[in-house]
Design a protein around this ligand. Structure first.
Ligand SMILES: Cc1cc2nc3c(=O)[nH]c(=O)nc-3n(C[C@H](O)[C@H](O)[C@H](O)COP(=O)(O)OP(=O)(O)OC[C@H]3O[C@@H](n4cnc5c(N)ncnc54)[C@H](O)[C@@H]3O)c2cc1C
Length: 387
């Protein structure tokens, strides 16, 4: 669905209000329990947050990416665990099923995703190898079934997921060239075990765990795409997801900037508010410039995706620039805040929690080294052309 400018602005304003007034107040308790209360799901369902991008035929709003990103930005101003959940629900979760699931799987799962009546997560990372062609999990065909064995780590939303996308080696001799296959695995199958991980630094409530798969049997129609397509399917899905991580950096950075200005206006030292000092103004100008540049490349990448073009290079650039932005903007914000920014509660906003939440963004959807490789490859091939 393409919203009019007026409808989109209304949705953006409404989302911001719900995040500030209804979701944010839930977070202090989640910081302690590390679990989302049922209210989180109720609020998000009532406002259609799980299905912002899910196609209308499956009960979602069907926003294209150009319209979704400014809405996601508002969500990303809020608590990191919630942002992670809604980023997944509106990205990897339904897209992989929609684009690569068998008819049987799609018919069962797609109608339930827009409302989070069913939830799917994504299991790529493993404990003893690099993410991608290096993975160790295996799937072997026995009779009419695929038998999957392996270990996954750092997997989000394992406490609520009913299904998982799993990638495994199906032909050891090929690996990068068609030796990896993507599967859909229901989490209640025999041999599928979830072992919760310790509390994270930030993004509390996002239910991280190790997954142990021991002789898990799935039917042939649980192969996503074709046998051997797994790496392409996973990497393709990550392309848009990396740009969404850029939006997560943007939402937080914009809020850090606003909080820093609010504090600098109030805080008086040596007879003048901080905001009147040139040193502080220069920091604010640099923060704003980075935020503006990040928003611009994100919106450009979104339009390119909606036109059906390949965004692999640009989405990695978005993530790289996103991390640089949120790192320098959050540092400057805390510097401007002075000592009170280091404490959990202050009257301006949760800068201490936001700082912890932000650090997950370095790793989600791959670290900086991987983003640089992905961005460098086409740049080198095209002699530096960034169209
Ligand atoms: C909050 C959070 C949520 C996550 N959710 C999920 C999820 O839902 N599903 C999922 O599959 N994964 C998830 N992950 C895992 C995440 O994708 C990985 O942490 C990330 O890809 C980095 O892999 P790693 O942790 O194994 O680090 P490593 O691969 O051990 O890398 C450690 C460091 O070494 C560098 N490095 C690694 N290899 C090379 C190389 N060849 N050359 C140069 N430098 C290198 C990396 O850049 C990094 O700085 C999550 C992680 C976090 C923190």
């Amino acid at each position: 669905m393409k919203l009019s400018d007026e409808e989109l602005n209304k949705l953006i304003t409404h989302t911001r209000k719900v995040v500030e007034e209804e979701l944010e107040p839930l977070q202090p308790e989640i910081e302690q329990t590390n679990v989302f209360p049922e209210e989180f799901f109720d609020i998000c369902r009532k406002n259609g947050f799980f299905g912002l991008t899910v196609p209308e035929e499956y009960g979602g709003k069907g926003l294209n990416v150009e319209q979704f990103f400014p809405v996601l930005e508002q969500i990303c101003r809020g608590p990191g665990g919630m942002r992670m959940n809604l980023h997944h629900a509106n990205g990897l979760d339904w897209r992989i099923m929609y684009e690569h699931g068998s008819k049987k799987l799609r018919d069962k799962w797609m109608p339930k995703l827009a409302n989070a009546d069913l939830y799917i997560n994504f299991a790529l990372t493993e404990p003893d190898c690099g993410s991608g062609a290096d993975i160790r999990s295996t799937a072997v065909k026995k009779g009419g079934k695929w038998v999957i064995n392996g270990e996954k780590t750092l997997i989000s939303h394992t406490d609520i997921a009913n299904g998982t996308y799993v990638i495994a080696v199906t032909d050891e001799n090929k690996r990068k060239k068609g030796g990896l296959t993507a599967f859909f695995v229901e989490t209640d199958l025999p041999g599928f075990n979830v072992e919760p991980m310790p509390h994270m630094m930030g993004c509390r409530g996002a239910g991280h765990a190790y997954l142990h798969l021991k002789d898990v049997e799935v039917d042939e129609d649980h192969v996503l795409g074709n046998v051997g397509d797994g790496l392409d399917i996973f990497m393709d899905a990550l392309a848009l997801s990396r740009a969404s991580i850029g939006v997560s950096c943007l939402g937080l950075s914009q809020r850090f900037l606003e909080l820093a200005i609010a504090r600098a206006k109030d805080r008086v030292t040596f007879g003048k508010p901080l905001v009147k000092r040139q040193a502080i103004q220069q920091m604010i100008a640099d923060m704003g410039t980075q935020v503006y540049a990040l928003r611009s490349i994100l919106w450009d990448t979104a339009r390119q995706f909606d036109r059906g073009e390949n965004i692999e290079m640009k989405s990695s650039m978005c993530k790289l620039h996103g991390i640089d932005t949120v790192r320098t903007v959050s540092d400057s914000c805390l510097e401007i805040f002075g000592g009170i920014g280091y404490f959990e509660d202050n009257p301006y906003g949760p800068v201490e929690r936001m700082y912890r939440d932000a650090r997950a963004l370095w790793f989600e959807e791959g670290p900086r080294t991987v983003q640089r490789l992905t961005a460098a490859r086409p740049l080198i091939e095209n002699g530096g052309n960034i169209e």
